[in-house]
Structure formats: structure tokens, C-alpha cells
Write a protein that binds this ligand. Sequence first.
Ligand SMILES: NC(=O)c1ccc[n+]([C@@H]2O[C@H](COP(=O)([O-])OP(=O)(O)OC[C@H]3O[C@@H](n4cnc5c(N)ncnc54)[C@H](OP(=O)(O)O)[C@@H]3O)[C@@H](O)[C@H]2O)c1
Length: 340
Amino acid sequence: MKYVRLGNSGVKVSQLCLGTWFLPLLPEKDEYGVYKVDRDIALKIFKKAYDEGINFFDTANVYHGALWDTDPIHVGNSERLVGEFLSTIDRESIVLSTKVRGKMAPWINGEGLSRKHIMWQIKESLKRLRTDYVDIYIIHWPDPDTPKLETLKALDDLVRQGKVHYLGISNHDAMDVLEFLELSERYGLEQFRVIQDLYNLIERYVERYKVDIAKKYGMAIMAYAPLAHGFLTGKYVDFQKKTWRVEELSRIGMYERLKDRYFKESNLKVILTLKEIADEKGVSLSQIAIAWLIKRSEEFNVPIIPVIGVSKPEHLEDNLNAINVNLTSDDMKRIEKAFT
Ligand SMILES: NC(=O)c1ccc[n+]([C@@H]2O[C@H](COP(=O)([O-])OP(=O)(O)OC[C@H]3O[C@@H](n4cnc5c(N)ncnc54)[C@H](OP(=O)(O)O)[C@@H]3O)[C@@H](O)[C@H]2O)c1
């Protein structure tokens, strides 16, 4: 495993972070019609990742492991599983991120970025995670009803109390990120060290402004959905017929809306080029897509940490090998050409 500094902080994290939004599923559903998470396989995956040198785990208070948009009944499940795993290893060997913002209860303050909600949720997350601190506490998405300074002051208090070590921001517009950063500078409050955003070969909005912001403020970028929800693994393409195919129980099979997002002629061209390069190098498409992000990190001179999601142990095995794939500048140019 390779390790990188978390922006200009001193803490070091593995080049790959393991995400816990989606986890391995059992074939049966619960009383609400939601697939159950396969606890045993999930714990095996966490342990394998840890043994392979991954010291960086990402979760969120709302994550369940089998649901895109969680409801207050299913929230907290992923954190609880991570907590179970943490109790089997030395907590200090792990860098753990979790998030706050989503709907955790039906009442009016059951969500958001108010002081009240944050102070409640950190207590709940720590209980579920079976730990007394979180390394990186991330605001999950914007809360237009709460003044930014209120959120910042509450987060700063958590850092002073030792409940949180570093702060992160996810899914906010560049202007919002800048406003937060300026406010924390002006009021001498703890700054965000991490931007966690959607970032993969075919969805590069982050490159528009966030890379520059990360560089200027010494932040790291946690790239989520590095495989575009599995699309970049090539498993949705029939390479002989050059058409789409969808496996049952796969992410795109479960969330139809992803078909509109990804099943486009232009993306097919990209996948076919990635396949050519992958075959020449004797590696998988997933490895190429993850290695591309790592190469981008080098090109921009900004730490970019792909947050990988796996639903099967073999996915982890495959994706871990991305660390050893070296994309040359010729490979990078060939990939770019697929977009023209
Ligand atoms: N801040 C945020 O708002 C936010 C949003 C999204 C994600 N995240 C974080 O980022 C993490 C990763 O996101 P993601 O799950 O969307 O990442 P992703 O890597 O783009 O997609 C993961 C999915 O791709 C498939 N897959 C992964 N490796 C594979 C392989 N080698 N071969 C075949 N299929 C493979 C699996 O799907 P199947 O189950 O279909 O096989 C897996 O669940 C999350 O767990 C979470 O921690 C954060």
C-alpha cells in the first residue's frame, strides 16, 4: 500500500479509502422490503482491506449498506458495522471519516447542519462506531437553512472537545466551500482539510474549481464513486456485441436512473478505449479507472484519494491492484482522445 498526507495535515492515509455506502447483500429482504446486508462478508472485506494496508475507512451516519436514499428506520447500519470491525482491531491504527447532515429522525431537527443536530449526531455516531473520536467529520451536503458560521462554530467546538480531529466538506458548490474557508479564516476556526466529491474518469466536475481550491488551502480530495457506480468496470458492456447489459442486483440494475446517466454512445467509446489499454497492460478496467485518478493526483500535485466501494471480496482484490498500475503519459493521452 502507498500512503499520502491528508493535504497539509500531518496525518497519513492509504492511497485508497474503503467506503461503506453499499455493502455486500444477502438475497433476502427485511420487513420493509430492503435487502439485508451480509454482515459476515462485510466484516471479512473490512479485515482484508485492513490487512492489505488500507488504514482509511469512510462511512456516514445515514448509510445503511443496501439503500441509496436511506430512511430514518435504516440509517446507522453501516456505522454500526464499522464499529463492530473497529472493536476487533486497534482503533488508533485507523483513520475514520463519517458524515452528518442527512435525515436521522422524523422530527424537524432530525436533519441538517444546525448546532443542535450536529451535537446530537456526533454523540450517536460515536456510539454506533464504538469509539470516542472521529478522525474526519464531513458535512455531507448543504443545509440552506443553517448559517454557515453556526455550523463552523459547532464543528470547531467538536475539535476543541477532542471528539473530532479534522473536518471535511462534501457535495457543496465551489462558492460555498470558499465561503466556509473564508469564514473559518476570519473567525480563527478549524478549517476543512478534505473535500469529498463525485470524481471519476467520466464525471470530472471537481476539476473545474475544487482542485484549485484544494491546492490553495492544502486540502485533500476524497474521490467518491471512482468507478462511476461500477460503470467503469466495463461489466455493463457486452464487448462482442458492443451493447449494454445489466446484471441483476448490480447497482445500475437496482437504480434505473443510472442508465440515463451512463448508457450513452460517448461513454461506450470511453469504455472500449479503456478495455484496449487494460488488455494491453494485462489489468482490469477497474484498475485503469482507479489508477487514472491516482495519476491525476500526480499531475495536479494535489492528494486525490479514491474512495472505493465493493460489494464482493473479489472486487476488493481487483481494485487494490490499481496501486501497482502505472499509466504513462501516452496512456493518459489515449484516454483523453476517447472523449473527442
Ligand atoms: N459524500 C457522498 O455524498 C458520497 C456519495 C457516494 C459515495 N460516497 C463514498 O464513496 C464510496 C464509494 O462510492 P461508490 O460505491 O459509488 O463507488 P464506485 O467504486 O464507483 O462503485 C462501487 C460499486 O462498483 C462495483 N464494483 C466495485 N469494484 C468492482 C470490481 N472490481 N468489479 C466489478 N464491480 C465492481 C460494485 O457494484 P455492484 O454492487 O453493482 O457489484 C460496487 O458496489 C462509498 O462507499 C462512500 O463511502 C460518498
